[in-house]
Design a protein around this ligand. Structure first.
Ligand code: GCU
Length: 595
């Protein structure tokens, strides 16, 4: 039995060879040095800091941070005389000139670092939108594609005691083959949008681990611990003092240990979001992590949390900073947004349409809010392009790698509103298989398409539904599809005996704009949409969750209507200035009724 489990779990471990270091999970007890703050920047629309005039990559680009050594030497850039931008932060809301800017910006940060003997050093990025080329002291150390997941590079043998210069070329140009692709309904905020820091570890350290309840179990903890370094065969101990757990395991030759034990644990739930201090100790290293333990599964059309049916009272959220706009990145931003969701009566949030910053999921853990986390496979992706699939797979793996120990995260979503085709189905099935491999403990979903089978019947029979645990469905009855009353006569059917989360519904309203309930853009029209929607939703027998679009207004380049939208999508229940619209209270009343 043990060898079977060993086998099954070993397959799960991200396919990173032991000597190679994968994503370093953020845990307590690590020595880190923040590189946040003001960075010198050079805005480079023509990428002349990267390509020569023949459009070939230059060996002597801005990453060299060159300075003229004589009065006659020709150097045509100077970071130290250039402007600065704050990191973390998008560039669009830090400078009016960069508001619409899509292209390359070079970031430079100088730092000293005295590395302790027998240690290793990594530079860690919480996220950079969209493509990052990273250089240290003039040498390329790595690159990363995807604006919403973390990455790190080892700099142990490159870092100097003094005068290091870290240079990052960040390019947020949209591309047809990228993920997301050219068209989205959110602002393409560019830059080093999340924290940057140095992480120091022992030469052999606890690189990664997963400790979660086995799917469907309420007392069996299974997972793994992965060491990175040269002393890979070690005894490791998993301790949960509060639960009297002190179990030891042994890593194999590639630094992997399977963790498997039973324990009497207080389970995490929205009503009691219990987090335990979990210590992972090896002979050469130890880390501490706050982990909640809960099981989530489906049974027919029910979603079961810790074995009991639950309704996901939710709302969608974009990573738009509350009250100030721009890409949200801080703990305060997360607490503000999640507190508004709590005020709504929500026990669930759909983080759209990409992995949000780590503060969001860690605060959701603490506040007891279940999370739907999604990768930006959004609208019409290049399904037949193998590079696009590789990119989507990588973003999925990084999303799961970062948040796999968060009890709050109950659903991984692989796509949003993607048009039916065989190529699309093959692409998404590949992602579903990968996600199940990497994390068998959580539910899988996607925001799917639906269609009318007759004027009053909506059918959910997207072929993707067969491979998912939870059906997600977006509908805009009353906004893009008829008037609010149209919902009254609608019936919903599904081909699948699976739970449905209505993952989007709603309509736009400008806060303070009033009129009768059939006047678009007024609070009364939006209020009416919610009243008719809720009456319709209550009649859907397999509905087990709702996440209306959306908690707050958010910026979108597709919304230019003057004096109403002004490049804001106004479907928020709360305005960009934190003002609650009438519809907020309609939904709040329903959610309170359900508690
Ligand atoms: C879509 C989409 C969202 C978009 C919303 C809207 O369904 O998923 O990203 O913002 O509709 O049109 O407001």
């Amino acid at each position: 039995m043990k060898s079977l489990l060993l086998l099954s779990l070993l397959v799960l471990v991200p396919c990173v060879r032991a000597q190679e270091t994968g994503l370093i999970v953020n845990s307590e007890g690590r020595k880190t040095v923040s590189l946040n703050g003001q960075w010198q920047v050079i805005v480079d629309p023509y990428e002349s800091g990267y390509y020569n005039y023949r459009y070939q990559p230059s060996d002597n680009g801005y990453f060299k941070n060159a300075k003229p050594k004589s009065k006659s030497e020709l150097i045509e850039y100077d970071f130290d005389k250039s402007g600065t931008l704050k990191v973390p932060g998008d560039w669009n809301t830090q400078s009016d000139q960069l508001f619409f800017y899509e292209g390359t910006v070079w970031y430079k940060k100088s730092f000293d670092y005295q590395r302790q003997p027998n240690t290793r050093v990594f530079v860690y990025f919480g996220g950079a939108n969209y493509f990052a080329d990273v250089y240290l002291n003039g040498e390329k150390i790595g690159e990363h594609e995807g604006g919403f997941t973390p990455f790190n590079f080892e700099i142990t043998n490159r870092v100097k005691d003094t005068d290091n210069f870290l240079i990052v070329k960040v390019d947020n140009k949209r591309r047809r083959d990228a993920v997301p692709t050219l068209m989205t309904d959110w602002w393409n905020y560019g830059g080093l949008t999340r924290e940057v820091k140095l992480i120091e570890t022992p030469s052999t350290f606890v690189n990664d681990y997963m400790v979660q309840l086995q799917r469907g179990s309420r007392n069996r903890v299974t997972g793994w611990v992965k060491l990175s370094g040269d002393k890979l065969n070690q005894k490791i101990t998993v301790r949960i003092p509060e639960a009297g757990v002190n179990r030891s395991f042994t890593t194999n030759a590639s630094g992997m240990a399977v963790v498997d034990f039973t324990a009497d644990l207080k389970l995490w739930s929205p009503d009691s979001p219990k987090l335990y201090d979990v210590f992972i100790e090896a002979e050469t290293d130890q880390v501490r992590e706050q982990v909640g333990f809960r099981s989530v599964e489906t049974r027919g059309a029910d979603i079961l949390l810790n074995g009991r049916p639950i309704f996901l009272r939710g709302v969608c959220i974009h990573e738009e900073a509350p009250l100030r706009g721009g890409r949200a990145y801080s703990r305060e931003d997360a607490v503000t947004l999640l507190s508004w969701a709590k005020e709504l009566g929500a026990n669930f949030v759909r983080l759209a349409h990409y992995p949000h910053n780590e503060f969001m999921v860690r605060e959701a853990d603490r506040m007891g809010i279940m999370v739907w986390s999604e990768i930006p496979v959004y609208w019409t992706i290049q399904w037949e392009n193998p590079e696009t699939l590789k990119n989507a797979r990588n973003q999925l793996q990084e999303m799961i790698a970062r948040d796999k120990n968060r009890a709050a995260v109950v659903i991984w979503s692989v796509a949003n509103e993607t048009p039916l085709s065989d190529a699309r189905l093959t692409f998404l099935k590949d992602l579903v298989t990968l996600a199940r491999h990497q994390d068998p403990t959580r539910l899988l979903s996607a925001a799917m398409e639906r269609h009318y089978t007759n004027p009053t019947t909506q059918m959910i029979d997207d072929p993707l539904g067969e491979f998912l645990d939870v059906l997600g469905c977006n509908e805009y009855v009353g906004w893009y599809d008829g008037l609010p009353e149209k919902a009254d006569g609608l019936e919903w059917k599904s081909k699948y005996d699976k739970p449905l989360v209505m993952s989007e519904f709603g309509g736009d309203a400008l806060f303070g704009h009033h009129g009768d309930s059939s006047t678009r853009w007024t609070e009364e029209y939006q209020e009416s949409i919610y009243q008719h929607q809720i009456a319709m939703l209550k009649k859907i027998p397999f509905l087990r969750g709702t996440s209306p679009w959306i908690l707050t207004d958010f910026r979108s380049p597709r919304r230019p209507l003057p004096n109403i939208q002004d490049f804001w999508n106004r479907k928020g229940l709360i305005s960009d200035r934190g003002e609650k619209k009438k519809a907020f209270y309609v939904l709040q009343r329903w959610y309170q009724e359900m508690r």
